[in-house]
Write a protein that binds this ligand. Structure first.
Ligand code: ADP
Ligand code: ADP
Ligand code: MG
Length: 686
């Protein structure tokens, strides 16, 4: 057989012709992320006809983001260090599957310049800025110095080299209290301490340094003036590879808790077109100064003590990636930011003019998290026994489905709910309506908290600042009162009387159910308001009497069950039961609200009894990050015994009282289960 003729050597190009810019859309990309953002990138890629490769850990083998892509590559076990942070394995997966580019999403490797460089060195396109631009903005102190040089106003403060306590304390005095100590390598609100007065400075500095060292391996800090009545205002940027940088207006992310965003909106309340131009231009200058390309966000902090004023807006940091809250910009500009990330990464020029990009209407995004506001917003893990997300009132970006688990390995975000309207009031009304449509059972969420926020007078009036949530957190996070029928319904579920409630006629005794004679059952259930003694009398035909008096009647088929209390009209009720774990958790869903109950665990008291004094147990599954307790040491109430890392947060477990450490049950680095005994204390002998 004849060998195919070698292709003729290409004719030399005429020297006069300008180099042609490659802008052919990718045929296949790899998405180096998980959860909602991976699924969201896949959606746009599909719409553009680009094939997608997912990567996943073992915990995510059947995750939604894997299903959303055309093919998938396993990276390794669940911990991020063995999966989503394995840059080499991700690049190898891209090469093996024939992907031409890698989209990093947010978090994970998205702001890692070494990864961006390695991707390009492998002959692939990094869908993001050049490594040098990521590096320029990676450390907050260097970024501020650079921005100052580019004529962008920065938060007053010290961001130099020196790190000695005396020197920094002197700088803090010069800046004027209150000040904010920030980890220069910080992110996600970590390594930050607000200091009110000079006497608190040394301890706060030590705390910030320790947290920064632990979280980022870098204990260097900067000191900033704590801006009065702060508002977080950020500018979305999009830059192409041909030197064009456009801004896509601002977002207001002032609704925060512990420096982390909760609800975001665009535009910012009170923003004038002129001020938008000024802040937008400053953000564009920032991007131009570092040769930026792709999507990015410049974050500013505004002193709003006299309303929004352009001369009181300061550069804070730049996030060199797509941001969690990008959908509110999409809703108000009509642009798909992921589409433009792909297009500019493929070399396409931005065809828009700045004048064409003014915001249209208003948009909100609420972040639905698996966390328990009533317990200090403790992250929750478990199975999403029920998940109903709004269908029509809002856009929903999610990475999970009903039945999926929220694990301690990753971010506990369940979904982002995004509304749009012609006015702020309309958009906020739609957000509230969408949240009212949302139902989650199986684990505690911040859903009620988000709904309470939507009704907050200051927020409704657009009078926002980063202290709003903290000031009113008591009211906002207050659990809604548990209706009296919730516990009896939980008991009915626990006893398995539910599915047949309607069919159960007085003549039917198939499962030994006693006829006529009112069987009485009772249990102590651990509910939202603590332990409740619950009694029901089973009267047959779907009728029960609760606590010995009020009649509770169940009707309808199990999947559309209704409950009536006394003479009140019947209301729909949904039950969900978490069959994971020990099968001891029951969730009652009434009118969109979930009430969680736990059946008493007969073994719990036994294991507690084994400990002489106090047992310090894990409030959630996690990793023993640091141990301060040693057996035999005496400790004071409130002293840190150990630091548990779970869901990317560090939780300090404190001594409940003065005592002596009797036993330490796990070493540093141990992965522990929810409820595991960690440290046993015995009383001080005097
Ligand atoms: P934004 O929420 O505005 O996009 P953040 O800096 O709060 O910006 O974080 C974006 C995402 O990046 C978070 O949801 C989180 O998943 C991830 N992330 C942020 N900081 C860290 C961190 N220190 N370690 C790991 N992931 C982080
Ligand atoms: P991160 O990298 O963790 O996102 P940022 O520097 O963006 O760190 O700050 C996070 C949040 O902390 C801001 O959104 C704002 O609410 C608050 N913050 C930061 N700097 C200041 C400041 N100088 N004054 C008041 N609040 C600040
Ligand atoms: Mg930030």
């Amino acid at each position: 057989p004849a060998e195919p003729a070698p292709a003729p050597a290409p004719a030399p190009k005429p020297a006069a012709r300008p180099p042609t810019v490659r802008h052919r859309m990718f045929q296949k990309i790899l998405i180096a992320n998980r959860g909602e953002i991976a699924a969201r990138v896949a959606r746009t890629a599909r719409a553009l006809g680009v094939r997608t490769v997912a990567v996943h850990s073992d915990a995510d083998a059947r995750a939604l983001h894997v299903e959303a892509c055309d093919e998938a590559v396993r990276l390794g076990p669940a911990p991020v260090g063995e999966s989503y942070l394995k840059g080499d394995a991700i690049i190898a997966a891209a090469l093996a599957t024939g992907a031409q580019a890698i989209h990093p999403g947010y978090g994970f490797l998205s702001e890692n310049p070494d990864f961006a460089e390695a991707v390009e060195a492998g002959g692939l396109v990094f869908i993001g800025p050049p490594a040098a631009a990521i590096r320029a903005m990676g450390l907050k102190d260097a970024a501020k110095a650079r921005m100052e040089a580019a004529g962008v106003p920065v938060v007053p403060g010290y961001h130099g080299e020196r790190q000695e306590l005396d020197f920094l304390a002197g700088e803090a005095d010069a800046i004027g209290y209150p000040v904010l100590i920030k980890a220069r390598a910080g992110g996600g609100g970590k390594g930050m301490r607000r200091v009110e007065a000079p006497e608190d400075f040394p301890e706060a500095l030590q705390g910030a340094q320790a947290e920064a060292k632990a979280a980022f391996g870098d204990d260097r800090v900067l000191i900033e003036k704590y801006v009065a009545r702060p508002r977080h205002i950020e500018i979305q940027l999009m830059a192409d590879a041909h030197g064009k940088v456009l801004h896509l207006n601002e977002r207001d992310c002032s609704l925060q808790r512990r420096h982390q965003k909760v609800i975001e909106e665009a535009p910012a309340p009170g923003m004038t077109p002129q001020m938008r131009n000024e802040i937008g231009a400053a953000a564009v200058r920032a991007a131009e100064a570092i040769g930026y390309r792709g999507a990015g966000t410049v974050e500013f902090i505004a002193d709003a003590s006299d309303g929004l004023r352009a001369d009181r807006v300061y550069f804070m940091e730049m996030n060199t990636r797509l941001q969690v809250e990008h959908p509110v910009t999409e809703a108000t500009t009509g642009l798909d930011l992921v589409e433009w990330q792909l297009r500019v990464a493929a070399g396409e020029a931005l065809p828009f003019a700045q004048e064409d990009l003014a915001p249209k209407g208003w948009s909100f995004e609420a972040r639905l998290y698996a966390e328990n506001p009533a317990k200090g917003f403790l992250p929750q893990t478990g199975s999403l026994a029920r998940l109903r997300l709004p269908q029509t009132t809002a856009r929903v970006d999610t990475g999970v489905r009903e039945g999926d688990a929220v694990t301690p390995h990753y971010d506990p975000m369940i979904a982002k709910v995004i509304s749009h309207g012609t006015t702020r009031a309309e958009a906020l009304g739609r957000l509230a309506a969408a949240l009212a449509e949302t139902e989650v059972a199986g684990l505690a969420t911040n859903l009620d908290f988000l709904q309470a926020l939507c009704a907050h007078r200051g927020f409704v009036a657009g009078d926002v600042d980063t202290g709003l949530i903290d000031r009113d957190v008591g009211e906002l996070a207050a659990p809604s009162p548990t209706p009296p029928e919730a516990a009896p319904l939980a008991l009915i579920t626990a006893l398995g009387l539910l599915s047949s409630a309607r069919e159960r006629s007085p003549y039917d005794a198939a499962d030994g159910f006693r006829l006529w004679g009112h069987e009485r059952r009772g249990a102590i259930l651990e509910g939202p308001d603590g332990a409740v003694e619950t009694r029901i009398d089973i009267m047959g035909d779907g009728r029960f009497s609760m606590q010995g008096d009020t009649l509770l009647t169940l009707s309808g088929p199990p999947d559309a069950l209704r409950v009536a209390v006394g003479n009140a009209a019947a209301r729909p009720v949904a039950f969900a039961r978490d069959v994971g774990r020990d099968g001891d958790r029951i969730h009652v869903l009434l009118e969109g609200r979930t009430y969680d109950f736990t059946l008493p665990d007969p073994f719990a008291s036994a294991s507690e009894a084994a400990v002489g004094g106090d047992a310090v147990t894990a409030p959630m599954p996690g990793l023993v990050k640091r141990l301060s307790a040693t057996a035999g040491a005496s400790v004071r109430e409130g002293q840190t015994l150990l630091v548990l890392e779970a869901m990317k947060m560090e939780h300090r477990l404190l001594a409940p009282r003065d005592g002596v450490v009797e036993r330490v049950l796990h070493a540093e680095g141990a992965q522990v289960e929810d409820g595991a005994l960690l440290v046993a204390l015995v009383p001080l002998e005097d």
